[in-house]
Design a protein around this ligand. Structure first.
Ligand code: AMP
Ligand code: ZN
Length: 663
């Protein structure tokens, strides 16, 4: 029993630290100490599966895979909001409200967070499910992913109603977004466009462990349900906060449209100090009875209205258009601007996207251009002030040759981007590919960084990633900033990467469109690089979720003699180019086409092991029961609602032992 006590104590402590850090923004322990405690808890839970709890803080790291997100109906519809853009719009709205409501009306002003909306259902203080807005009537069940977001409480505190939905916005704060982009740029991937799209894309990632790595947050603003014993919107914000939710403090209770406008003016400036993106203010009638009286139109509540901030714009001079070459050879035109202040930062560059964009706006060097900072981190040029165009202005001729290697550029039909086709001879492409190869999610070579790769290429020590395995300490020692120890680390890191499993090697090769997930699928299906290299287009597209674009890219890659040589060299150095025998022994396709739901606590295996067994044998694991579920594997303490649901849908419930026999 002492062990259980200890486990419970650790969980409570870690939950409190999470809350302090992610909800209150007041860390109360170092990251290091937190990790130590978390590891301790994980070890205890591994030794004592009988004390497992799906709400344990150890579950925040994710691991559950969702292949298809189930569609779930919202118990209470999720509406959108009407927009307003001016004082007149707001006064019109107030007049419409006053026609229905006699007596005093108060407004709550809140910030409008720019992210992806989510509806969380809590039952008896526990997070039951999380569903995206979808079309407002039904959305996708993304519970497994949502559970990894640390500011979302898995269990509530205080005096909460037995059942309710709470709505909010999943946002990706700037700092984390920028960090993700730095990492992407480092591995030569296109940076993400803006935090909002990245946040909403994150909710639909199949691997919840990937979601766990993204610094998402959830800001709550609405409680919905029956018999909640709450009478105003302002009160509901306070209650939500008390139950452990993250509810921003900006919300303000006011008595007039004048005051609403003051709120808008204030936040139109101070929103730039917030860590996340906002695109306006939402004004709501405070009294919930009055809200009820006002009701809804077919798409939005009559008791609320959004007031959109105007996007900020400045004009400045476009000094020069330059062109960048990415890892894949894609060319990006960049506007180099006369530095100017915009939304609290100094802007020097703006993306011009591609040749069409330049042509459409007829953008020229020397022009005075309007620059806007909307949702995108990199500002964009939205118009040219033609009245300020110099007399000797010349139309922009998009470059025809690569600025790095001089090769003639190509542009595939239907594609917006130009490419430098000099795959093997264009330096930024060579360097970018090797940087991708060594990056954390690929070969993860310790002791070797992006800048060193660039140096190694420039010094002619390596020409492709297979050359890394021929490097000697004597060769790297003379490099800038290289010392005895760092040279040793580098060589050891390269040696160690020979153990990296096939699926990651496949990702590391940098085949266009073969990202982490696709690499996993291909590795699992083909099992070795030889098999993959021999696969035809037709073979490839028959693999689940492999489309024609990916298939073509794979075939192209292996059609190149040079690539074949590089792959052969990697093999001769001992890099893993097939699935290990051990892994292979445990994989079959016996469960193809079958969907499983795993529920409860098991004796002989952990839940994660069970899920892995299902997936290794070609089956699918989903988080909630539907008519598409083939079997429910139930352990001890299976949730009663799950059991009822399985019974009503007549889905067979089996034990872990029956499942193993079955295999
Ligand atoms: P729209 O998508 O422009 O119709 O705006 C409606 C959306 O704004 C809602 O679905 C919410 O996801 C989002 N939103 C952001 N902040 C708030 C807030 N404080 N109150 C209500 N909705 C909000
Ligand atoms: Zn080039």
């Amino acid at each position: 029993m002492d062990i259980l006590k200890h486990i419970l104590k650790l969980r409570e402590e870690l939950n409190q630290h999470n809350y302090n850090y992610y909800v209150l923004d007041q860390p109360s322990i170092s990251d290091y100490d937190f990790d130590i405690k978390l590891k301790e808890l994980q070890a205890l839970e591994d030794q004592h599966p009988e004390f497992a709890d799906e709400h344990s803080p150890t579950k925040r790291v994710g691991g559950a895979i969702t292949k298809n997100f189930e569609t779930v109906a919202h118990e209470h519809r999720m509406y959108s909001l009407d927009n307003s853009y001016s004082k007149e719009d707001l006064l019109d709205w107030e007049a419409r409200v006053k026609k229905v409501i006699d007596g005093k009306v108060q407004f709550v002003c809140e910030l409008k967070y720019d992210g992806a909306s989510i509806s969380l259902t809590y039952e008896n203080g526990s997070l039951l499910k999380a569903v995206t807005r979808g079309d407002g009537v039904q959305g996708d069940d993304v519970t497994a992913n949502i559970k990894t977001i640390r500011s979302i409480p898995l269990s509530l505190k205080g005096d909460y109603p037995p059942k309710f939905d709470i709505r909010g916005e999943i946002v990706l704060p700037f700092e984390g977004f920028n960090k993700m982009n730095e990492e992407r740029i480092e591995i030569g991937e296109e940076p993400y466009r803006n935090p909002r799209n990245t946040a909403s894309g994150s909710l639909k990632l199949q691997d919840s462990a990937e979601v766990a790595k993204r610094p998402l947050e959830c800001l709550l603003y609405n409680i919905t349900g029956n018999n909640l014993n709450i009478s105003t919107q302002f009160e509901s914000l306070e209650k939500a906060r008390a139950w452990g939710f993250k509810v921003p403090k900006a919300a303000s209770l006011v008595n007039s449209t004048e005051e609403v406008l003051e709120f808008v003016d204030y936040w139109n400036i101070h929103r730039h100090d917030l860590p996340y993106e906002t695109d306006g203010v939402v004004v709501k009638i405070n009294d919930l009875h009055q809200q009820e009286e006002l009701g809804y139109t077919s798409k939005s509540p009559r008791w609320a209205i959004a007031y959109k901030f105007k996007a900020e714009r400045v004009f400045t001079r476009l000094n020069k258009i330059t062109y960048q070459v990415g890892r894949t050879g894609a060319i990006t035109p960049v506007a180099n601007l006369e530095p100017v202040e915009l939304a609290g930062t100094t802007v020097k560059r703006a993306s011009l996207h591609n040749a069409d964009q330049i042509e459409k706006l007829d953008i020229r060097e020397g022009d005075t251009v309007f620059v806007e900072k909307g949702g995108e981190i990199i500002p964009k040029i939205i118009a040219v002030d033609l009245s300020k165009r110099p007399e000797d202005s010349q139309p922009t001729h998009y470059i025809e040759h690569c600025p790095e290697c001089g090769t003639e550029l190509v542009r595939a039909e239907g594609e917006a981007q130009h490419y430098c086709p000099n795959y093997n001879g264009c330096q930024p492409q060579i360097i970018g590919r090797i940087q991708h190869f060594i990056s954390r999610k690929a070969m993860d070579i310790e002791g070797l960084g992006g800048e060193t790769v660039a140096l190694l290429v420039k010094e002619n020590l390596i020409r492709d990633y297979s050359d890394l395995y021929t490097l000697t300490k004597e060769q790297v020692l003379p490099l800038e900033r290289m010392a005895e120890k760092s040279a040793d680390n580098l060589i050891n890191g390269i040696e160690a990467s020979k153990q990296v499993p096939f699926e990651r090697v496949l990702f590391a090769l940098g085949i266009r469109y073969v990202g982490e997930t696709v690499a996993k699928k291909l590795a699992k299906h083909y099992k070795s690089i030889e098999n993959l290299a021999e696969a035809t287009l037709i073979d490839l597209v028959t693999v689940d979720e492999i489309g024609i674009r990916i298939a073509e890219s794979v075939v192209d890659f292996f059609n190149s003699e040079q690539n074949q040589e590089i792959v052969d060299r990697l093999k001769s150095f001992g890099v893993q180019l097939e699935i290990s025998a051990e892994k292979l022994a445990n994989q079959t396709n016996k469960l193809a086409g079958q969907a499983f739901v795993v529920s409860g606590v098991f004796e002989s295996v952990s839940r994660d092991e069970l899920k892995k067994m299902i997936e290794d044998n070609g089956g699918k694991v989903s988080s909630s029961i539907s008519s598409k579920t083939s079997y429910v594997i139930a352990g001890d303490n299976m949730g009663p609602s799950k059991r009822t649901k399985a019974e009503t849908l007549q889905i067979p419930i089996i034990s872990e032992y029956e499942f193993k026999d079955f295999l």
